[in-house]
Design a protein around this ligand. Structure first.
Ligand code: XBP
Ligand code: MG
Length: 234
């Protein structure tokens, strides 16, 4: 019995990474006087590291960063400062409506709710922008539970965010499904014992989601293609 569907946020519910987070990260570099800049292609590769502050710290420590020769302590402090600035920027983007829902996903939310299926969110993103974004794009009240990266000790691909969501829903993993867009997300869902529908986007590394219960190329409403797996079980 499908009691609940737990949606990932970035790249799944919303098209937020390239024109949202990436722009905010680049604005933060400029605001804090760094010459660093992430192209779309570079950012796609950096998404393998979940959590913006961790992504920044790994970047600042890499040979490509202008900040690479600073001490470990200075790189950690800079990652915190950049991420704080960037998070404020994304919160403002969210409130202004600059970050859109993915095509077709609202129809899924409407149909699931219409069938009495409970809705939840499990993201590695920060609560400061995630809640205003969900409110602006969908209405926060749609989601019974929202778990963000700030609330867990371990971000995806660790399953903790999904396990916390299942616990707050008081639903066993066998009665719920995860909807994701990325390899770390699919691994987190699998680790929580959840069946997982991956709805691929331009950033999805298809090799990293091999084995997802179902792999789709979109939410519709134009017919989407089932790239692998079978929807029959839902
Ligand atoms: C995507 C992430 C987040 C965002 C940036 O989360 O990994 O880190 O890229 O947001 P999900 P923060 O796909 O699980 O929603 O800077 O707030 O981490
Ligand atoms: Mg995602």
């Amino acid at each position: 019995m499908l009691a609940a569907v737990i949606f990932d946020l970035d790249g799944t519910l919303v098209d937020s990474e390239q024109q949202g987070h990436r722009v905010a990260f680049n604005d933060a570099f400029e605001a804090l006087g760094l010459r660093d800049h992430w192209s779309q292609e570079r950012y796609r590769g950096l998404l393998a590291t979940t959590g913006g502050e961790r992504r920044l710290y790994r970047w600042l420590s890499s040979p490509e960063s202008s900040f690479r020769n600073h001490s470990e302590e200075e790189r950690r402090a800079m990652a915190v400062s950049l991420h704080r600035w960037k998070t404020d920027r994304v919160e403002a983007m969210a409130a202004s409506g600059a970050i859109p829902a993915r095509d077709g996903v609202t129809g899924w939310l409407d149909e699931l709710a219409g069938r009495g299926v409970r809705l939840a969110v499990a993201t590695t993103g920060s609560r400061q922008w995630a809640l205003p974004l969900l409110e602006k794009v969908f209405g926060l009240a749609r989601f019974e539970v929202v778990v963000t990266g700030d609330e867990v000790a371990h971000r995806k691909p660790d399953p903790e965010a999904y396990l916390v969501a299942l616990s707050r829903l008081a639903v066993p993993a066998t009665d719920a499904v995860a909807v994701e867009d990325s390899g770390p997300g699919w691994e987190a869902a699998r680790g929580a014992g959840l069946a997982c529908v991956v709805v691929a986007n331009a950033e999805t590394d298809l090799g990293s989601v091999d084995g997802a219960t179902v792999l789709l190329d979109g939410f519709g409403p134009s017919p989407y293609e089932i790239l692998s797996g079978a929807l029959a079980r839902f």
